[in-house]
Design a protein around this ligand. Structure first.
Ligand code: DGT
Ligand code: CA
Ligand code: CA
Length: 576
């Protein structure tokens, strides 16, 4: 329940900002703080009284009563009111880089723009260049942003970070009504963007499932309903398809609705080659059921190795699975440490050093690197002095957390010329540093590439954090000569990160796949700023599977902490 409540509070913040602008900035902040507080609670809000809620730091009386309202009724009247005033297509305008509440309002009031698609038309008609506060340059920038992020067009896809929490809440709301409730489709394959959510429930009796589904807090409207198949949409306009299936046919339905369509077509052809038939009800030889109950049964009956869902895109996995030669992709249990973690020593961290170390220890890690921001990050970087203080603090904690090894490092900022935050002597004092681009995302390709490679050449830089700097659907990737970057990573033995933050998932999967083929080392990091975010590596792992990343290529899947510069990972063994 906490995640759902936090999501509602974030939405309240966003819509309040849209409506009131800076006049109500304190209220916006209050919603944001409360959302954070709820995310970090270790109790479920549904079990807390209003009084207990108010006692939580960051939650005031008015918000506590809204949380109780939501727990009791599944609605927040204030939120419903704001949603009616600002429909989801309109709110999406806020996510166009360069647009804020003020500009969005102006677009609506002056030009009648109601959606990103509407904005695109207005730009094409040249309507923005004479609008006060906009101008020709802004018009061009907005056009470019919309195009690069693929925000408009017939098929609207949403960033996975916006969809996964909703889908998870829906699936949780359906638990206990049958044998299993899961999401399938592109979400289970962990695509970066999602068209719609496909939910499957295995239950003999479909009625209670369909009834419960319609009452879930996230479901706003049921658009088309059959006995076992319902299409609905959420309060933010996301489509959700529900199917209730016979438990004996669950595996067949799961395989079918997980897709991808291209993967399914190949599977069905394999069945036909054997004189069988494959559909969402099972694998059949005439009337005889060959397999239906589990996905494993179906893959096995077709002579295939089981294919992890993120790999089901028909990019070679069928052939490899038929030869029983799929690469053994990294799994969550393989991770032995986390090499990119923040604390409240830099201003954006929300947990203390000790809390983060506890969290790492509880995950059973053999090692963890504390990598707070380098001093050039103006808002919250650490001076040399503070870094040394932190190092002394870590020294004191080492024994307590043994045998977990604590590395002291930093997330360095790569300057436009590839320079780093501290002088070489100081940098040499760290155990492990990652370095990332945090500004000047618009440099031309050549300069951006040189910048990254220059940083890789520095001996203190052991990995490049979130190499493309993208925020999925919000900020396009920086332009890089991928081939040159991968070659430099091999040459300098610098690892490339898969940042697990759901909005980043950076390296992109297709680049990760190329990287491991070249022998580049990968780290899968949480980039956690709070204890619960250490668990985000679960996302990073699924994303890595989409990039066919094998365990051996992952530096933090190795037993001990990285001590020296690592070998090219594939040396002496065949590439996956
Ligand atoms: P999305 O929603 O665009 O992000 O992507 P998916 O993959 O979730 O696509 P969706 O929701 O249209 O369909 C869910 C799954 O159902 C899809 O991955 C495979 C299966 N499916 C849908 N249409 C077809 C079809 O025409 N043929 C086959 N073989 N499978 C299909
Ligand atoms: Ca879908
Ligand atoms: Ca669908």
């Amino acid at each position: 329940m906490n995640e759902t409540v936090a999501r509602m509070l974030h939405e309240l913040a966003e819509l309040t900002e849209l409506k009131e602008g800076s006049a109500q900035a304190f209220r916006v902040r209050a919603y944001e703080n409360a959302a954070r507080a709820v995310e970090n609670l270790d109790r479920d809000v549904s079990e807390m009284t209003e009084k207990e809620l108010v006692a939580v730091k960051g939650i005031g009386e008015s918000i506590a009563s809204k949380i109780r309202e939501f727990v009791e009724t599944g609605h927040i009247a204030k939120l419903d009111e704001l949603r009616a005033e600002y429909p989801p297509e309109f709110v999406e305008l806020l996510h166009v880089p360069g647009l804020g509440p003020k500009r969005v309002q102006a677009l609506r009031d002056e030009l009648g723009v109601q959606s990103v698609e509407g904005l695109r038309h207005a730009i094409e008609a040249g309507a923005l260049r004479d609008l006060p506060g906009f101008g020709e340059k802004t018009e061009q920038n907005l056009a470019k942003a919309i195009e690069r992020l693929g925000m408009s067009g017939k098929e609207v896809r949403r960033p996975i970070a916006d969809v996964l929490p909703v889908a998870t809440a829906i699936v949780e709301g359906l638990e206990g009504l049958g044998k299993a409730a899961v999401y399938a489709g592109s979400l289970r394959r962990f695509r970066e963007t999602i068209g719609d959510v496909d939910v499957l429930v295995a239950a003999a009796d479909h009625r209670p499932v369909v009834e419960r589904f319609a009452t879930l807090p996230d479901i706003a409207e049921v658009r088309a309903g059959g006995e076992t198949k319902v299409t609905a949409s959420t309060s933010t306009g996301l489509q959700v398809d529900l199917r209730v299936v016979d438990p004996d046919q669950f595996g067949a339905a799961l395989a079918y609705f997980t897709g991808s369509k291209a993967h399914n077509i190949r599977m069905r052809q394999l069945a036909i080659d054997r004189g069988w038939m494959l559909n969402e009800y099972g694998l059949f030889d005439g009337d005889r059921v060959v397999a239906a109950k589990t996905e494993q049964d179906i893959y096995e009956a077709l002579g295939l190795e089981f294919v992890p869902p993120p790999m089901r895109e028909d990019t070679g996995e069928i052939e490899r699975a038929a030869r029983h030669d799929l690469p053994t992709v990294v799994e969550l249990e393989d991770l032995r440490g986390d090499l990119h973690v923040h604390t409240d020593w830099s201003g954006d961290g929300r947990a203390t050093l000790e809390e983060m170390l506890h969290g790492a220890k509880e995950r059973g890690y053999a090692y963890v690197a504390i990598t707070d921001h380098g001093k050039n990050l103006r808002v919250n970087g650490l001076s040399e002095e503070r870094m040394l203080e932190q190092r002394a603090e870590i020294e004191k904690l080492r024994e307590r957390f043994a045998p977990m090894v604590i590395l002291h490092g930093s997330e360095l900022n790569i300057g436009t010329d590839g320079s780093l935050d501290y002088d070489d002597d100081f940098l040499a004092g760290f155990d492990w540093c990652v370095a990332g681009v945090h500004d000047h995302f618009d440099l031309p390709k050549e300069q951006q590439t040189e910048r990254l490679i220059a940083a890789m050449r520095h001996p203190a830089v052991r990995a490049i954090a979130h190499p493309f700097g993208r925020i999925i659907g919000r900020r396009p990737p920086i332009e890089l000569d991928v081939e040159a970057v991968l070659a430099a990573a091999v040459e300098t033995r610098t690892a490339l990160e898969i940042n697990s933050h759901l909005q980043r998932l950076d390296l992109p999967a297709e680049v990760a796949r190329r990287a491991v083929n070249e022998g580049v080392r990968i780290i899968i990091s949480s980039d956690a700023h709070a204890v619960h975010e250490l668990g985000n590596v679960g996302y990073g792992v699924q994303h890595a599977q989409r990039g066919w990343v094998p365990k051996q290529a992952v530096l933090n899947a190795q037993a001990g902490p990285p001590s020296e510069r690592s070998e090219r990972w594939g040396e002496g063994t065949a590439a996956p």
